[in-house]
Design a protein around this ligand. Structure first.
Ligand code: 5GP
Ligand code: ZN
Length: 117
């Protein structure tokens, strides 16, 4: 796992080279609104360091996972999602991953259907 991939869009967002609407940040993660929202709240939570996807995480990345889900919890509370929300991470092209820097989608503010497509 490297700190930064120069060709990665989300690494450029972390660096502030590509603008984003940030709603949370700490030492390990940032959270910003998705440019193409699928619900009233659609926020992406990402590690500052470059990790391609959830499948690339290692056993020692437990603290990073705690930071990612801590950000999810804080943003969900700030967005008033006390009735529920969904957390999704697509892994690989067949699952629909299009940006290969790990991100959790936090989606809420409307009823969700199941199963997803
Ligand atoms: P994936 O398809 O990889 O699970 O999700 C990538 C997400 O990144 C998509 O929901 C897409 O709308 C979002 N996205 C792509 N480019 C940008 C961008 O430049 N800025 C922001 N804020 N979101 C982006
Ligand atoms: Zn990256």
């Amino acid at each position: 796992m490297s700190d930064r991939d120069p060709d990665c869009l989300f690494c450029q967002i972390v660096a502030g080279e590509v603008p984003s609407d940030r709603v949370h940040e700490d030492d390990d993660v940032i959270a910003f609104r998705d440019v193409n929202p699928q619900a009233p709240t659609h926020v992406l939570v990402i590690p500052r360091q470059h990790v391609a996807d959830a499948h690339s995480l290692a056993d020692e990345d437990g603290p990073l996972l705690a930071s990612l889900f801590g950000a999810i919890r804080r943003v969900a509370a700030a967005e008033g999602l006390e009735n529920g929300y969904r957390v999704i991470t697509n892994v690989g092209a067949e699952a629909g991953q299009s940006v290969f820097h790990l991100h959790l989608h936090l989606i809420g503010g409307r009823p969700m259907r199941w199963p997803p497509g």
